[in-house]
Design a protein. Structure first.
Length: 240
């Protein structure tokens, strides 16, 4: 025997299903609106690239490619350029008492940069002037003082001189450090002249050239002294 559902029961079921579907659709719409609102809110919040986020901080970069081979470094960076300043390479930080070398990530020359030919410059001998180390040292101190009226001698002993001078190129940076060390037993003077700050312009991995200002300053000092160089003269960078 067949059983028939009454029209009223069928209508009631249909209305109930429709009501349930309507409720589910309403809930889904609310969820969608919530998601869309969340996305819209997030889009109004500035999202800084990693480089810009780092630019807000003065962060150590001793292991970064732009400060490889340097010590006590800090960096300031944005999407177009990176500026690295390092202050931990002076002789006073070297346990062996030697002058530091010069890495490929900085501008300058040193008699200690024997493993980096583009940053190496040979020692000077003062025998063309005198065989007396004390006389030679006095002459050198005077030559350093007179090379530029902005020179500031920070430390001076019987055998070591550290002076600073505002960096000439690129302009608007910090200082160049000049160091000299006399070796009376060998009748020579060792030296190092390096810019504390290096500028890297994306995508270059070499610092913007100092236009050989460190090297030229040293050559001016040596020429004024009339001393000889014990080796081939460093020609400097051809990158301007």
């Amino acid at each position: 025997m067949r059983s028939f559902l009454s029209p009223s029961l069928v209508l009631s079921c249909c209305l109930g299903s429709a009501s349930s579907l309507s409720l589910n659709a309403h809930t889904a719409n609310q969820n969608r609106r919530h998601v869309i609102a969340s996305i819209a809110a997030s889009l109004t919040t500035p999202i800084l690239p990693l480089s810009l986020a780092n630019a807000v901080q003065d962060i150590p970069t001793n292991q970064a490619a732009t400060s490889a081979g340097r010590r006590q470094c800090h960096t300031d960076t944005n999407p177009t350029r990176t500026i690295v300043e390092c202050t931990g390479e002076l002789r006073k930080y070297n346990a062996d008492g030697r002058l530091s070398s010069v890495s490929a990530t900085e501008n300058g020359v040193s008699t200690s940069a024997v493993k980096n030919p583009s940053r190496f410059s040979p020692p000077w001998t003062y025998l063309t002037e005198t065989s007396d180390a004390k006389v030679a040292w006095k002459s050198l101190v005077n030559a350093v003082r007179s090379v530029d009226d902005r020179v500031d001698i920070v430390e001076l002993t019987d055998d070591y001189l550290h002076a600073t001078i505002p960096t000439e190129f690129p302009r608007g940076l910090s200082y160049d450090d000049l160091e000299f060390l006399i070796r009376p037993d060998d009748n020579i003077v060792l030296y190092r002249s390096v810019s504390r700050t290096s500028v890297f312009v994306y995508p270059l991995t070499q610092p913007v050239s100092d236009k050989n200002s460190n090297l030229n300053r040293l050559e001016k000092i040596r020429d004024n002294l009339g001393w000889d160089m014990l080796g081939f003269k460093q020609t400097g960078s051809n990158i301007i």
